[in-house]
Design a binder for this molecule. Structure first.
Ligand code: ADP
Ligand code: MG
Length: 247
């Protein structure tokens, strides 16, 4: 079987401090996957190392059975909002057009069809009225929707989003969740770093539960259980009460 993602013996460290220790998992194609775990668990590090944005100490990663280099154009990444520079002067429509560049080639200018496609992607996320605005002038939720539009413009097969729901309004969150589920229904693979446990069981098909090591991976009903969640959240035993987790 060809997996959307296969990770073997992945180790990552920052200046000698281990952030991920011997991570192993496979995820089938066509799943909406939550990467969950406490603050500092290595969730962002996992996404960044999968995309080779940071170096790994060791490990083998395959995406759709191939190396990252072979699949790069087919992967869309939406970083954590706090990792982005919002003072950079760029309009909403040009931000989305950046998503068409992998098919366009760096030296070719976007044509009318690329602009129309970018505008269509903005319509999908309900942001077409803002196409001429500067990205820095938008609210957090609007920015996140524009970045999702950029990912859609890329026509990717694998979507990776880091904490897309942090600091955004409920309309934006609902729009984003609906689109991610539509992508999954079209057979795309979607990986989302997420820390709000109250939504984890309704948003995702599969969970990767991390706390530096892989605690558990599998369908939500198997992973989202108190005895398993506790292994990752040992210091936060009260989470179960707060989130009314039932077995
Ligand atoms: P999460 O996304 O789950 O909150 P991160 O992947 O951001 O966790 O971080 C995992 C660990 O690696 C944390 O201990 C964090 O302090 C550390 N870390 C993350 N990024 C860096 C960096 N650029 N330099 C040094 N340490 C880092
Ligand atoms: Mg993070």
């Amino acid at each position: 079987m060809t997996y959307a993602m296969s990770v073997q013996n992945l180790f990552v460290s920052y200046h000698g401090n281990e952030a991920l220790h011997d991570i192993n998992f496979t995820i089938e194609k066509g799943k909406l996957v939550g990467i969950i775990g406490p603050n500092g668990a290595g969730k962002s590090t996992l996404l960044k190392s999968l995309l080779e944005l940071i170096p790994k100490d060791q490990g083998v990663i395959e995406i759709f059975g191939k190396s990252l280099n072979e699949m790069r154009k087919k992967i869309a990444y939406v970083p954590q909002r706090s990792d982005m520079d919002w003072t950079f002067p760029i309009s909403v429509i040009d931000t989305v057009l950046l998503g068409t560049y992998p098919s366009l080639g760096v030296f070719r200018r976007p044509k009318k069809k690329h602009r129309e496609w970018a505008y269509h992607c903005l319509e999908k996320v309900g942001m077409e009225k803002f196409s001429q605005r500067q990205i820095g002038e938008l609210s957090g939720g609007q920015q996140q929707r524009v970045f999702l539009a950029r990912a859609l413009a890329q026509k990717a097969d694998l979507f990776c989003l880091d904490e897309p729901f942090v600091g955004i309004d409920i309309t934006s969150e609902e729009t984003i969740v609906r689109i991610l589920k539509e992508l999954r229904d079209e057979g795309k693979s979607v990986f989302v770093v997420h820390h709000d446990l109250s939504k984890a069981s309704t948003y995702f098909d599969e969970l990767i539960l991390l706390n530096k090591e892989l605690i558990e991976v599998g369908p939500v009903r198997e992973v989202f259980r108190p005895e398993i969640m506790m292994k990752a959240y040992e210091s936060q035993l009260t989470f179960m009460k707060q989130n009314e987790v039932t077995v």
